[in-house]
Design a protein around this ligand. Structure first.
Ligand SMILES: Cc1ncc(COP(=O)(O)O)c(C=O)c1O
Length: 248
């Protein structure tokens, strides 16, 4: 291999080149790290979750593109992790948000008619949805869904897959980026907390499986199906490596 190819494959080479091309993000990351834990507003955007040596800081978005503070333009496949499905600064969305704030206000802590209208439109648009609870983040939505599943089934066990991310709440902040030595055998991985402060007692409320191990899943359901409150999965494994579900 040439020395250039060596450099391409070396993580040190990547860090050097990234740092060279992203000096403004470096400064913002340093500043953010003083006042924001790990320098990012979600653990999913931290160095520990793979954004090494630091994430790019975004200056603006327009339509399908975003531009970072160092002037690089990207096609935005992240889409705000979902809600930016119509792109950035869509004129109709921008006008609707601005007029809602001007006409009604920003936040009440009490019910209001506009949230009923929004819920009605979701129910009308998405077959199978009967009621809607709005949340501010994915973590809250997941926490709500898990609580609901446990309440309606009267069961405790949550089945999840190693490498999937479901937010930072204690109930699911497990087995995101695991050290195989800690997780044990692929057929029966142990739940591994994704950070300090998660009560280890919660391990008994979880069954963790390897992604795409259909046989392991069938065995677990045969043995413990009656204890299972819910199975939670990303549609495709994304955070540790993009990996679609196996076809069966
Ligand atoms: C599949 C999935 N669930 C839940 C979450 C948590 O969402 P939030 O960061 O809004 O709390 C994420 C965020 O990356 C996610 O990708």
């Amino acid at each position: 291999m040439s020395s250039e190819a060596d450099e391409m494959e070396s993580p040190v080479g990547f860090n050097d080149r990234y740092t060279e091309h992203n000096p403004v993000s470096a400064k913002l990351f340093e500043r953010a790290s003083r006042v924001i834990p790990a320098g990012a507003g979600s653990s999913a955007r931290t160095v520990g979750f793979g954004w090494s040596p630091y994430p790019p800081f975004i200056a603006e978005g327009q339509g399908s593109r975003i531009r970072d503070v160092d002037g690089h333009e990207y096609i935005d496949y992240l889409l705000g992790l979902g809600p930016m499905i119509l792109g950035h600064r869509h004129p109709v969305v921008t006008a609707a948000v601005a007029s809602a704030v001007q006409e009604y206000g920003t936040c009440f802590g009490l019910p209001y008619e506009l949230e009923i209208r929004a819920a009605e439109q979701v129910v009308e648009a998405v077959p199978g949805i009967e009621q809607v609870r709005f949340t501010n983040s994915g973590s809250e939505a997941v926490g709500t869904a898990v609580r609901l599943a446990r309440a309606t089934t009267g069961r405790k066990l949550l089945v999840r897959f190693e490498g999937h991310y479901h937010g930072w709440q204690d109930v699911v902040y497990w087995s995101n980026h695991v050290d195989p030595a800690e997780a044990g055998p692929a057929r029966h991985p142990r739940p591994v907390p994704s950070g300090p402060g998660v009560p280890t007692e919660l391990a008994e409320t979880l069954a963790v499986l390897s992604w795409n191990d259909a046989e392991g899943f069938a065995t677990l359901m045969a043995e413990r199906g009656e204890q299972v409150a819910a199975v939670i999965t990303e549609p495709a494994m994304f955070p540790t490596s993009p990996s679609a579900p196996a076809e069966r």
